[in-house]
Design a protein. Structure first.
Length: 403
């Protein structure tokens, strides 16, 4: 959505114009949203969603629920600093989902709770935003899809990396400008620091996450699937817990999440894909390389720990036209709100879907396929064998019903 400079959110930030009366505000006037969101989960991602909804001005932060009083308190304190009106605090999940004044539910709870929360949320006529991955087992993921499919309102799964500056521009180069012709291969890389601390340290254990390649990598597999333009069919992976949390225990349980992996994906249309993960790096580096019949695109985003990100896209097209280097970015106040701006634009898209009643985000099939590549990769590592995606699914399941 194009927006003029005079409507820029940068004028609404800070307190320099606090002396102005409402009738004297134009550039600094905030639009009063008409939608009310209820937030289920007040951990790191829940707080990020609140910050971005507030920054976008897309909805009122109307209510919050988290079974952890500490997390709820922290959320309320953050909202107070942002000068957001005090939201409702619900005593239970059922109460949060049932509030008649809430238009949409933002679910940002631990992976292993997604099905449990969806079973309650889907009984109410509200739009739903569910964080990725959709679930931690294949059967749970399929049930979530069935719940969403039968729900009589919009359900969006949070595959926000589609909105990252480097990937949004790379998608435009490949599909809108067709800069490199027919895609032949897609490779992605993420080298980064270890998993951060979470309430109950749930993200250190495969039982809670579905495995690192599900929890951490499903949005990369979503991008690989997008660029490949086909359905993933065969997955082979190798990986291990090389360094991280090898001496870590919580509740007498030892951490078992892998911290390095290599994944190969064969697509039904002949495209081949590859993914590299390393989670013991003193910084963050992401990379996408798409090779087509007429050229190559490389997109990267990187920073050492504590430093500002550097973004770059190289488009090589030989004699087909001008090759170029692009440095895509969003305004710093948007990028700093979380996940380098992708969450902000994801929420703008969600609000537009709600306003129009027409859903244009990732489909349920997209969400399920992204998780299935992760499930297949985890199983491939365990069995030391290539895994057919079709073999993971019930014989009677028609994936097209989720498209």
């Amino acid at each position: 959505m194009k927006q003029s400079v005079e409507k820029s959110r940068v004028f609404q930030r800070g307190r320099a114009f606090a002396y102005l009366e409402d009738q004297d505000r134009y550039l600094t006037q905030r639009t009063t949203p008409t939608l009310n969101y209820g937030f289920i989960g007040c951990g790191m991602m829940g707080l990020e969603h609140m910050r971005n909804v507030h920054l976008a001005g897309s909805a009122n932060i109307y209510g919050v629920y988290d079974p952890s009083p500490t997390s709820t308190h922290h959320a309320l304190e953050m909202l107070k600093r942002l000068r957001v009106p005090v939201p409702k605090s619900y005593a239970s999940l059922a109460a949060a989902c049932a509030d008649p004044d809430t238009d949409a539910l933002i679910i940002a709870t631990p992976n292993f709770t997604h099905l449990e929360v969806m079973r309650v949320a889907a009984t109410h006529n509200k739009a739903i935003f569910l964080e990725k991955p959709i679930a931690t087992t294949i059967n749970d993921a399929i049930e979530v899809c069935h719940l969403a499919q039968s729900h009589n309102n919009i359900v969006r799964v949070g595959l926000q990396y589609r909105y990252k500056a480097i990937y949004a521009e790379a998608l435009a180069e490949v599909f809108e400008r067709q800069a490199i012709g027919q895609v032949c291969s897609v490779n992605m890389l993420e080298h980064r620091f270890p998993f951060l601390d979470k309430v109950g340290q749930w993200n250190k254990f495969n039982e809670n996450t579905g495995g690192t390649l599900v929890e951490k990598c499903c949005h990369y597999f979503d991008l690989m699937n997008l660029f490949a333009g086909g359905k993933p069919e065969l997955v082979y992976a190798t990986g291990s817990q090389a360094t991280n949390f090898k001496e870590f225990q919580y509740g007498n349980e030892s951490a078992d999440g892998l911290d390095q992996a290599q994944v190969i994906v064969n697509y039904g249309n002949g495209v081949i894909g590859g993914f590299s993960l390393c989670m013991f790096v003193p910084g963050s580096h992401e990379e996408l390389i798409v090779c087509g019949e007429a050229g190559r695109i490389k997109a990267s985003e990187q920073s050492e720990l504590g430093d500002k990100n550097e973004n770059q896209i190289d488009v090589w097209v030989g004699e087909s036209g001008p090759s170029r280097t692009i440095r895509p970015k969003y305004p710093s106040y948007i990028e700093s709100a979380g996940h380098h701006g992708s969450t902000f634009f994801e929420h703008l898209a969600f609000a537009e879907d709600l306003a129009s009643g027409i859903y244009q985000g990732p489909t349920l099939e997209d969400a399920l396929q992204s998780a299935l590549v992760g499930f297949a990769a985890q199983r491939s590592i365990e069995e030391r064998a290539a895994i057919e995606i079709a073999d993971l699914l019930p014989a009677q399941l028609d994936m097209a019903t989720f498209s």
